[in-house]
Design a binder for this molecule. Structure first.
Ligand code: F6P
Length: 549
């Protein structure tokens, strides 16, 4: 069980409120005058370096935030999590994604099951399957090797695989190309099917529940397409495998049990990329690289589990997030990777954060009267600079940002990477330092403008600065370092959920949406509305039905 502490009733919460009044109008730059801020406000983990000095906080703030974590019993919560207690209380389940990447033989018995053994049995089956594909042991209905894998899944059964597949593009080594179909919008499936050869395509139907309407509809359409393109019913087994927790539904769909890769109800969808849900990734990067990714995840799991608060990277990020979210009035956080291969990373952690901590009832069943999960968003740099950075620099909103960059590039032709990283460093500096009225006046005068023009333009060209950032600098993007980054953010989310006293591992809000869509589905194409909707929805359904015919 997780502790149930209302964070606002702790003594550190009240002190943090006072502290925020004191710091609100101070300048981050001034804080560099005290002590060795760069040294004191940075943490290292192997070749990952976190600089959090460009934040509006001081030593006392950090101590109080760490006290808050202690008062909310973070250590007890971590222990309950890693040892398999049913911390997902509303579904009465353990939450054990760290067990998906623990080394072979590291025994963990949960609810009478040897979890490590079960995990490695599936990982070994996945490896054997990928070897069969790449060595041509597994072939399509016309005897050809498989060249394309189409993953059909949505949410946690899609975003993680897409993100890792894209991030690890330089490690694609098997000759297999992956495609991802998630949306119920048939246009997405249509476009993918245009690109692949039926005899050489394998569909991986990924769904924890095997009942999600988007995934099941896409899977049925893909099967129909295969049968219309030369395959016989008996060939379907060569072209469809499933990743799921639900054996009954998988076999009902017509996929043989031996072509199912299982995972377990203790793996949340948005934390499942290191389970069999990562099968498409393994198909593309090969078994060894996939194992390296798991090693990276495990190393960060261990860091999070065993490192004291003050040196703990996920905890530090979580506490800084809480500082801005609960004491400084920030409503959003941006994740900005300066590496194009990482372009789906913000979207992946948008689900990770917002589905986990988008909650407003605490662990005692009472409504919360404080802020919980922030809005998470982002795009890669430098593209973002030419899109939304204007608002971060000069808008009225406070938007703390995580900048993620890599010292080495995979394709360092010419000076591309130097320019990319020059922007990376320049932005965090500019966001903090800003540009004063005096500096702007000087610049404009140097350009030879009239004093009238100078005075007119100056207010628009000033930057207040004091826009906070974390810099996460990694030596190189590899399967292992990607594992560190993924586990780092997963545990940040966990830590924040513990402190906000909410359940981070259910998603009842999304479940409701699924039911409502099913109700309306039965009415589309009907002449008469059921009359069960509000006037706006009733009218929209009428309009839609008119335009459809
Ligand atoms: O979107 C809600 C959700 O329940 C996610 O949590 C999950 O990742 C996704 O749907 C897909 O569910 P499934 O894997 O069961 O198809």
């Amino acid at each position: 069980m997780l502790p149930k502490v209302n964070p606002t009733l702790t003594s550190s919460w009240k002190k943090l409120q006072q502290k925020s009044e004191e710091l609100r109008n101070q300048s981050i730059v001034d804080h560099f005058e005290h002590g060795d801020r760069v040294q004191d406000y940075s943490l290292s983990f192997q070749n990952l370096y976190l600089d959090f000095s460009k934040n509006l906080l001081d030593d006392e703030t950090i101590t109080l935030l760490q006290d808050l974590a202690r008062e909310c019993k973070l250590d007890d919560a971590k222990e309950a999590f890693f040892t398999g207690e049913h911390i997902n209380e509303t579904e009465d389940r353990s939450v054990l994604h760290p067990a998906l990447r623990s080394p072979r033989g590291e025994k963990l018995i949960v609810d009478g099951e040897d979890v490590n053994k079960a995990v490695w049995t599936v990982l070994d089956r996945m490896a054997a399957f990928v070897n069969d594909l790449t060595e041509g042991e597994w072939r399509g209905f016309d005897g050809e090797r498989i060249s394309d894998v189409v993953n059909i899944g949505i949410g946690g059964s899609d975003l993680g695989s897409v993100m890792v597949y894209e991030a690890l593009t330089p490690y694609h080594s098997t000759g297999i190309t992956c495609h991802f179909v998630s949306n119920i919008d048939g246009n997405q499936l249509h476009e993918v099917l245009q690109k692949v050869n039926p005899g050489r395509t394998l569909f991986v139907v990924s769904s924890k529940s095997f009942s999600t309407i988007e995934t099941m509809t896409n899977a049925r359409s893909a099967r129909k397409w295969l049968l219309e393109h030369g395959a016989q019913k008996s060939d379907v087994a060569k072209h469809f495998v499933a990743v799921s927790t639900n054996e009954e539904r998988v076999t009902e769909f017509g996929i043989d049990r031996k072509n199912m890769f299982e995972f377990w109800d203790w793996v949340g969808g948005r934390y499942s990329v290191s389970s069999a849900i990562g099968l498409p990734v393994m198909c593309a990067i090969g078994v060894n690289h996939f194992h390296e990714f798991l090693e990276g995840l495990h190393e960060m799991d261990e860091h999070f589990r065993r490192t004291p608060l003050a040196d703990n990277i996920p905890v530090t990020l979580a506490l800084i997030g809480i500082w801005y979210n609960n004491f400084m009035g920030a409503e959003t956080e941006a994740i900005i990777p300066y590496y194009q291969y990482m372009h789906r990373f913000p979207a992946y952690f948008q689900q990770g954060n917002m589905e986990s901590n988008g909650k407003s009832v605490d662990r005692t069943g009472a409504p919360v009267d404080y802020e919980t999960g922030p809005i998470i968003w982002g795009e890669p740099g430098t593209n973002g600079q030419h899109a939304f950075f204007q608002l971060i620099h000069q808008g009225t909103k406070l938007i703390p940002c995580d900048f993620i960059g890599f010292a080495q590039s995979h394709h360092d032709a010419g000076d591309h990477h130097q320019i990319l990283m020059a922007n990376f460093f320049a932005q965090t500096e500019a966001l903090m330092v800003g540009k004063s009225h005096e500096e702007v006046l000087n610049d404009l005068r140097k350009q030879g403008m009239s004093e009238e023009q100078v005075q007119f333009l100056a207010p628009y060209k000033e930057f207040s600065g004091d826009r906070p950032t974390n810099t996460i600098l990694v030596k190189k993007l590899t399967p292992k370092s990607l594992g560190w980054l993924v586990a780092m953010y997963e545990h940040k989310i966990f830590t924040q959920g513990v402190i906000w006293n909410i359940f981070s591992f259910d998603q009842w809000g999304v479940e409701l949406g699924k039911k409502l869509a099913n109700n309306i589905l039965s009415e589309l194409g009907q002449d008469q509305s059921s009359g069960k909707h509000d006037p706006s929805t009733t009218n929209l359904l009428k309009k839609f039905n008119e335009w459809r015919s």
